[in-house]
Design a protein around this ligand. Sequence first.
Ligand code: SAM
Length: 292
Amino acid sequence: MDRLSMPKVTKDIVQKYGFKFSKSLGQNFLVDSNVLLKIVDGAQIEEGDCVLEVGPGIGTLTRELSKRADKVIAIEIDKNLIPILRETLSDRENVEIINEDILKLDIKKLIEEKFEGKRVKVVANLPYYITTPIIMRFLEENIPVKSIVVMIQKEVALRMNAQPSTKDYGSLSVAIQFYCTTSIVANVPKTVFMPQPNVDSTVIRLDLLDEPPCSVKDRDMFFRVVKASFSKRRKTLLNCISSSELGISKDDAFKVISGAGIDEKRRGETLTIHEFAALSNEVYDFLESVKP
Ligand code: SAM
């Protein structure tokens, strides 16, 4: 489909089926073929790859993905879109549409059953309020996928991709970068959607790491320490750690922070992921040593 015809084709399909866009399902369909191709290119689909697409809408992105992938499985929650998808993708034999809520699906089981050990890449353009929880689910539950390319609110993408000592760096940056390397695929203005949303978007690519980039003794403790360190922006690490739910006095917080080789007057937002790992390992050892 060329650039100019995409809005018209989308409009025609919507009219033909009397489809009503649902705001609560985040139904803003992409109507720009340049952006579409950027997403498909960003997914870096190689020979033999399979794609799990979440939220196919009327199937425009699905069609392009299916030209490059061995197999595409598209999960769409809205039953009103299923007959439309069956028509728009009728000639794509390697596409399977599943009418399910991704939040309720046993994704690991689906991948095992449908993709039979092949490499799986995720592509998604979803309602923004469920995108971060879904990404975290893939990462925390160790769902076996190689990469995730996802359209997300611009500010959230900047936070996921942020480096220490920048204004966007926070616990989300560390949480994502513990599991993945990140890169920005494209910035997407709100004008390329039908209907137009209120915010601009960014497509971000997450490449899942085989191992975390740093060695932590206890993953739960690592994330508790990260959370505590960012709990009060513009306060020192000493202040954040000693007044957190970790239950560590100021004196002991001073010892663990310096034990990790970190200046206690630094702020949480300046710490690298490796420094968070060293700090959490010190906190872990300390709390183990004072256990009754
Ligand atoms: N991929 C299409 C595109 O780029 O034009 C549509 C994107 S639209 C922003 C989001 C899509 O996700 C809609 O089709 C919506 O119905 C679907 N969706 C919303 N919540 C979902 C969920 N929990 N599980 C699966 N699909 C969902």
